[in-house]
Design a protein around this ligand. Structure first.
Ligand code: FMN
Length: 355
């Protein structure tokens, strides 16, 4: 059975409305994004922590590999101050982990670099990328209009119906409804809500006129077909692509995710200051147990970053931030082209079975 024609496929200019989630942190390199788009899906750069110059290079590297459209994901977290005493408390809990990893504390917690998101947006506009997806908050006033003016489509992320309404009212062309199963941060505006995808997607579909993209726990064609049945017009997958051959996630990270049961992950603010679904590590457990006042995102992330960076160098899972969703039992280690082809075939087969 063929895929239904969806507004999301039309907006993105793709045959398969399968979006590879933009994942900040350098684990989805240009080769992966390009491979998703070349396979008929829609690749996305996780640009949240990229410098504007690096983002420009990444866009060029993807364009050198494929002429298919792809997107850029940007993060707009609210700026929040922290108390110095909170940093002291967190540093005290982190001290033994830093000693173990052989790293030192950063001199002070870092907020978002001033002007970063505006400069990233300008790169997306200058480069005329075909789609920008936003998370962690709404873009600054005028940004969506400026993107529309250069022909880009804009998607925004929501964790609740109210957030979906706000994203649509801001002018987004589609809402990414992120269910509680999802790996990574709560990517909507500011709610820490954990609503399962089966409840969230139809409620969002009923609440907004723009099309809805379902994200969270979708790992195969059964999940994609189910999301379409719920009224979604596209899907966004993160964890499934983390295990792909082209992903540069450290091997220890991939192995931990591949071995994880559906009940293994936790949601925690301990690592970055923003609630995220990840596999627990001793460091997360120590921060939770201490009940220390955590810093807001991204200041908290800046305190744990040296340990994470050492974990990447040393390929040690216990020092990493093991973001991942609840669908890990269904994860497959395949080249992107084979994964996208399997998702396509499975979706058609499932639609034929139930349709
Ligand atoms: C490692 C990782 C990093 C992520 N980084 C981002 C990000 O930078 N921006 C964003 O909007 N969503 C991010 N997400 C969330 C995804 O957009 C998506 O909601 C989620 O992956 C869907 O659930 P799944 O992982 O079960 O497929 C991330 C997810 C993971 C697993």
């Amino acid at each position: 059975m063929p895929w239904p024609q969806t507004r999301v496929a039309h907006l993105l200019g793709v045959s398969l409305p399968i979006v590879q989630a933009g994942m900040a942190g350098g684990i989805t390199p240009p080769v992966l994004v390009a491979a998703v788009s070349a396979a008929g899906g829609f690749g996305t750069v996780g640009a949240g922590t990229l410098s504007p110059d690096r983002l420009r290079e990444v866009v060029a590297e993807i364009r050198a590999r494929t002429d298919r459209p792809f997107g850029v994901n940007l993060l707009f977290p609210p700026a929040r101050a922290h108390a110095a005493a909170a940093a002291d408390a967190v540093n005290a809990v982190l001290a033994p982990f830093r000693a173990d990893a052989g790293v030192v504390a950063p001199p002070r917690p870092h907020p978002m670099p001033p002007g970063l998101v505006e400069a990233q947006l300008q790169v997306a506009i200058d480069e005329r990328v075909s789609m920008v997806t936003f998370a962690f908050g709404l873009p600054p006033a005028g940004a969506i209009e400026a993107l529309h003016a250069v022909g880009a489509v804009v998607f925004g992320t929501a964790n609740t119906v109210d957030e979906a309404r706000a994203v649509a009212a801001a002018g987004a062309d589609a809402v990414v409804a992120q269910g509680s199963e999802a790996g990574g941060h709560r990517a909507g505006l500011d709610s820490e809500a954990l609503v399962g995808l089966v409840a969230l997607v139809p409620a969002v579909v009923d609440a907004v006129d723009v099309p809805v993209v379902a994200a969270g726990g979708i790992m195969d064609g059964r999940g994609i077909a189910a999301a379409l049945m719920l009224g979604a017009e596209g899907v966004q997958l993160g964890t499934a692509f983390l295990l792909a051959h082209e992903s540069t996630a450290p091997e220890a990270y991939k192995a931990a995710l591949a071995a994880a049961r559906e009940d293994a992950s936790v949601t925690t603010r301990a690592f970055t200051g923003r609630r995220a679904r990840a596999l627990p590590t001793p460091m997360i457990e120590a921060l939770e147990a201490a009940g220390a006042d955590l810093l807001p995102y991204p200041q908290q992330a800046s305190l744990t970053a040296p340990i994470r960076e050492r974990g990447i160098e040393a390929d040690r899972a216990e020092w990493l931030l093991l973001l991942g969703g609840q669908g890990t039992r269904l994860a497959r280690r395949l080249p992107v082209a084979e994964l996208v082809a399997a998702l396509d075939a499975e979706t058609r087969a499932t639609l034929a079975r139930v349709g």
